[in-house]
Design a protein around this ligand. Structure first.
Ligand code: NIG
Ligand code: FE
Length: 408
């Protein structure tokens, strides 16, 4: 079965090989987005076990016949957003922590233990329902790919469960046993009681072995500024153990202060280092000369009252950027990629086109998935429809539900 989609006022392909034939201001605004006007797309191939793919892209006037057709009536279409950083498997509520931060309390990762308790206490069915609800919330805002981390189980049984559930909704699953050292393993019971060393042994041993079959990635909260997270040496140990178990690397780094996260990620060839709120000149130089993407999470700066990183400066320095939500109960409980795009434009100096690219092809690069984030023949039919004739309405109509994933 094939489907012809017409009535596309602007098709943002994010495909470098598509030439924007418009001149002047329109073309300048859309720099690098490969925009086709009055376009059509043919989608085909979707079956029980196969995802639909893009079969044809071009001017509506040249469109081939298909088994059935829909006319969008003059709306913009963009590649579905690739949200390359989210923590969606959790239960419980930490809204009071958000309120406290808005009146000046600093974030230090301590609240993760509360979410751990609530998550462990939830049944599989409850967690699955929460997860599915969050994923549909994302689709309703244009996201078609999401990466999902464990990290609220923090023991073997519950980390495996989180990844098993995450695998039901995405292949981009990340083992984050090294989120924080859980209560009970902080040496609280005095000399000889299990401490962080024992927890790291568990993470790099039995937990990793049990989780690896359900994970593509390994991640670590590398943040010497937090008493709960991990320093450089501990983070290196986790990442190297993950790699030896066949996982690819990503890092939470430089979120709460200057630190070793970025340099470690670059040195070990991680696909992405995420947060990058506090960067030194050396960090920027290291990123610019590397294949590691800097994934910026402006919703976290918003929800923790931290300074926004200078995205424009990073782009000028040659750093490859992605934007993601980091949707989680502590530092940013937002599933909205359109909001991240708007914040990146308003607060981090990105042009709308740069922000849209970072939310699509940037996320794809951060996940090492060159098939995602673009609209092109042979690629997955991951499209999002904007309820306006111009894609610019995504940041322009901030807070308004103007973009949603196309259900095919
Ligand atoms: O990416 N920084 C570490 N982890 C999450 C927050 C987790 C939480 O507070 O629940 C983050 O910001
Ligand atoms: Fe995170």
């Amino acid at each position: 079965m094939s489907m012809l989609i017409t009535g596309i006022s602007e098709l943002v392909t994010c495909d470098d090989t598509v030439e924007d034939r418009r001149g002047g201001a329109d073309a300048a605004l859309a720099e690098g987005l490969g925009v086709l006007t009055d376009a059509a797309v043919v989608i085909g191939g979707g079956g029980e076990d196969t995802a639909p793919v893009v079969e044809w892209v071009g001017p509506a006037a040249d469109a081939p016949q298909a088994d059935w057709a829909i006319d969008l009536g003059g709306k913009a279409v963009v590649p579905g957003f690739v949200d390359s950083h989210a923590h969606l498997v959790f239960a419980g509520d930490r809204s009071a922590e958000f309120a406290a931060r808005m009146t000046g309390q600093a974030y230090d990762g301590g609240g993760i233990a509360l979410t751990m308790e609530a998550t462990r206490a939830a049944s599989d069915g409850e967690l699955r329902a929460l997860l599915q609800h969050r994923v549909s919330e994302m689709r309703a805002q244009g996201t078609t790919t999401v990466e999902i981390k464990s990290g609220y189980g923090l023991d073997v049984e519950h980390e495996v469960r989180a990844l098993r559930l995450a695998r039901e909704v995405t292949p981009e699953t990340t083992f984050l046993g090294a989120h924080v050292v859980p209560p009970g393993m902080r040496g609280e019971a005095g000399p000889g009681s299990p401490g962080r060393e024992a927890y790291l042994d568990l993470v790099c041993g039995e937990m990793l072995t049990a989780c690896a079959p359900y994970a593509r990635w390994v991640d670590v909260f590398c943040e010497p500024a937090s008493p709960h997270a991990f320093d450089e040496q501990e983070s290196r140990r986790v990442l190297e153990a993950g790699r030896a178990a066949g996982l690819e690397l990503r890092v939470h780094g430089n979120q709460l202060g200057h630190g070793p996260g970025v340099r470690l990620a670059v040195e070990l060839g991680a696909a992405s280092v995420d947060h990058c709120t506090y960067l030194s000149e050396d960090d920027v130089e290291a990123l610019a000369g590397s294949d590691t993407v800097a994934t910026l999470l402006p919703g976290v700066e918003f929800s923790t009252r931290q300074p926004y990183p200078d995205a424009r400066g990073l782009l000028e320095a040659g750093v490859s950027l992605a934007l993601a939500t980091d949707c989680n109960p502590g530092t940013c409980y937002s599933s909205s990629m359109p909001l991240m795009i708007a914040l990146a434009v308003r607060e981090m100096g990105m042009t709308p086109a740069q922000a849209l690219r970072a939310a699509t092809v940037g996320g794809a690069r951060a996940l090492r998935r060159p098939d995602l984030g673009r609209v092109r023949v042979g690629g997955p039919a991951d499209l999002a429809v904007v309820d306006a004739t111009s894609w610019l309405h995504i940041p322009y109509r901030v807070g308004t539900p103007v973009v949603r994933a196309l259900e095919v």
